[in-house]
Design a protein around this ligand. Structure first.
Ligand SMILES: [Zn+2]
Length: 684
């Protein structure tokens, strides 16, 4: 494989800013901090000796890893004088800050890799292995260390269960890209996935359901079935399998963080053990009864087993999206609130999180939760995983807590990564590689003294619409690579054009290893017109919203000029270029062209994605006026709205010749209700 000095990379970098030039000849992901390359190469052969100086456990592990790599190596009996690859842990290392850094020096007659820890050696090994093109390694010196200590990936194994061998394959890939935390979303409504010896019904019942895919199950009654029932779909990790995964991850310098959802997202538990809900009845809600001591007894017993299985510093307790509704009328929850002096159910949730945190802290662990754990007051030592934007994380940091950034807009790999019509069904959205890559976790505005509290970043792969292993890998790669570079590389060393070339090569590598990576080289890209300014007669003209028609504030697309600003929306209504309408009146706007104008075309685009309730209009009317009071209809279009799985875009409009000052565009909502989304009223 040709990996070095690709002319296209050099060209791309010359066209881009200069900061990335030092990296453009090194095809390594994530881009190292400091790279010097010289003439010549080290060419290993069957006599090349491997020498490792590290604590015994790590020494064996690093030897095994290197010997399994494509480099021809034999383990040395004594330190080789030449033609050797030497790895050693040292006490100090010039220019390297932090335990995970390393210095990799490649000479014609051998390689010396030094680090302050075995993990640092492991990351240097990844760089060396990626630099090896099958025959040679270019002479040079790499001085490298990660930007962030926490570099994570979350896999949702609840919505669809993925077995141990699949998880190990992802660990292999994560290690290659220097990620160091694997967060497993082990429990949720769609299935409980970890054996708890004390509560066997969690895996005899709550791990099994009526349908193979989440979507069929969600739309088909959401029922759990006995493990032995005919047609039961699901699965779980036995405790032995969990130990196997944790050990395998440890051998790749990756910590596995378990997530056990509480106090909500727990429908499956409350069917297996209905006495833990406020109603004591199955199939009635997703929240534990926080008023009941039995809830704490159960959760603490579960956490005791979880802590025995997972040695991670952090235990993730979810904490997100509690409805809190049942708590408002449950006598036990109300009594708890009164006893503890809690004014709101938010404070009851906070009481719950505090109490679970105390339990974890008493067992030497730390609590990690989604940003909802801020509601009602954050527990004293908790770390926040910020998913609803970055505000939660920044707020936690301002309060002196650590935060991990995983905002949906940049880090949720369940969104479409290319034009939806070219992709398997996804949950929605549009998150191309370039956008993941562009993510900068530290805003300019942050108080620099707080920056050290930003623990790191994580990509999340929720699996509602991802029923197979092939599909999961397709959604993960190459976006994981972009995330790895956000997490590891310095912002001044980042350059998307350069990265994209490296990522295309890496996709080829991943595919050669059997990973079903997205075909980046044939990426379609954003919706035509979305990335450039559109010119037409209405641009810059005033848009008025006829009585009763208002855009939805959460989807304002910049405000009242959005439909005449020349900006097209992309593949997702969430890109701040589509304006959303939720009212009964639908869309009813008038554009004032300021003087009588000859017009030949009026049209607007709409999008539909039924999952989140975004539908095409059922009727469109275009009309014109000279005085803005009495309008003449140019066209009325009836449209049959059909519910389907696709993401679709459609243009509705009029063509002809008319002269007028005012143009009115009306679009009616269909019987499905929901949102109408429109990006621009185009007038020509
Ligand atoms: Zn209750």
């Amino acid at each position: 494989m040709k990996k070095h000095l690709l002319p296209t990379i050099v060209l791309a970098c010359l066209l881009s800013f200069s900061a990335c030039q030092q990296h453009c000849s090194l095809s390594v992901i994530p881009a190292p901090q400091g790279v010097e390359l010289h003439r010549g190469a080290f060419v290993p052969n069957e006599h090349t000796q491997l020498w490792v100086e590290a604590p015994e456990y790590d020494k064996q592990l690093l030897q095994d890893y290197m010997c399994a790599s494509p480099m021809p190596l034999v383990v040395a009996d004594a330190m080789p004088a030449a033609n050797g690859v030497m790895l050693r842990v040292v006490d100090s290392l010039a220019g390297v800050d932090g335990a995970e850094g390393y210095v990799l020096a490649i000479e014609k007659n051998g390689v010396v890799l030094e680090a302050l820890s075995p993990a640092g050696l492991f990351y240097g090994v990844q760089t060396l292995v990626q630099m090896f093109d099958g025959a040679r390694v270019p002479v040079g010196r790499i001085v490298d260390a990660p930007r962030f200590a926490y570099r994570g990936m979350m896999l949702d194994v609840s919505r669809h269960f993925f077995d141990v061998s699949f998880i190990k394959r992802q660990i292999d890939a994560m290690a290659r890209y220097k990620l160091n935390h694997l967060h497993l979303h082990l429990t949720d409504a769609a299935g409980w996935r970890v054996e708890i010896e004390r509560y066997p019904r969690l895996t005899d019942l709550a791990a099994w359901r009526t349908h193979a895919t989440w979507k069929e199950w969600w739309n088909g009654g959401r029922k759990y079935v006995d493990k032995a029932a005919e047609g039961a779909h699901g699965g779980y990790y036995t405790q032995a399998e969990v130990r196997d995964i944790v050990d395998y991850a440890r051998r790749h310098y990756i910590t596995v963080i378990p997530e056990i959802e509480m106090p909500s997202h727990s429908e499956e538990v409350l069917v297996a053990y209905p006495e833990l809900s406020c109603s004591h009845a199955p199939y009635e809600g997703s929240d534990f009864c926080v008023g009941s001591e039995a809830t704490f007894e159960f959760l603490e017993n579960v956490l005791l087993e979880v802590m025995r299985l997972f040695p991670s510093e952090y235990i993730h307790i979810g904490g997100d999206e509690a409805s809190k509704q049942a708590w408002k009328s449950c006598p036990k929850c109300q009594a708890r609130m009164q006893r503890e002096g809690l004014a709101t159910v938010d404070e009851l949730q906070s009481y719950f999180i505090h109490r679970i945190e105390t339990f974890l802290n008493n067992h030497g662990r730390k609590l990690l939760g989604w940003d909802e754990i801020l509601e009602g007051g954050l527990a004293p030592n908790a770390t926040v995983m910020s998913w609803r934007g970055t505000e939660g994380g920044l707020k936690a940091m301002a309060m002196g807590h650590r935060a991990i950034m995983t905002p949906g807009e940049y880090c949720y790999f369940d969104a479409y990564q290319d034009a939806p019509h070219t992709q398997p069904e996804a949950i929605g959205g549009y998150l191309p590689l370039q956008k993941v890559y562009a993510y900068e976790p530290l805003p300019d505005t942050i108080d620099i003294s707080l920056a050290s509290l930003l623990y790191g970043v994580q990509g999340n792969l929720f699996a509602e619409y991802i029923p197979t292993e092939e599909h999961m890998e397709y959604m993960a790669y190459p976006r994981v690579l972009a995330l790895a570079e956000v997490a590891w590389s310095l912002p001044e060393n980042k350059c998307y054009e350069d990265f994209r070339v490296r990522a295309i090569e890496e996709v080829s590598y991943l595919r050669s290893k059997g990973y079903n990576a997205f075909d980046l080289a044939h990426e379609v890209g954003n919706r035509p017109g979305a990335d450039r300014q559109l010119q037409h007669l209405g641009v810059g003209k005033r848009v008025s919203y006829v009585d009763g028609c208002n855009f939805y504030p959460g989807y304002a697309a910049g405000g009242s000029d959005a439909l005449a600003n020349g900006v097209r929306g992309g593949w997702t209504y969430g890109d701040k270029c589509w304006q959303g309408f939720l009212g009964r009146k639908g869309v009813d706007v008038v554009i004032d062209l300021e003087k009588s104008t000859t017009i030949r075309e009026v049209n607007a685009d709409f999008m539909q994605i039924c999952g989140p309730g975004v539908f095409m209009p059922s009727q469109i009317v275009v009309s014109v006026s000279d005085d803005g009071e009495s309008f003449t209809e140019l066209i009325s279009i009836d449209n049959e709205v059909v519910r389907d799985d696709a993401v679709t875009f459609k243009t509705f409009g009029w063509e002809g010749v008319a002269t007028a000052r005012y143009v009115r565009y009306q679009a009616a909502r269909s019987d499905f209700g929901g949102f109408l989304f429109v990006d621009e009223v185009v007038i020509r």
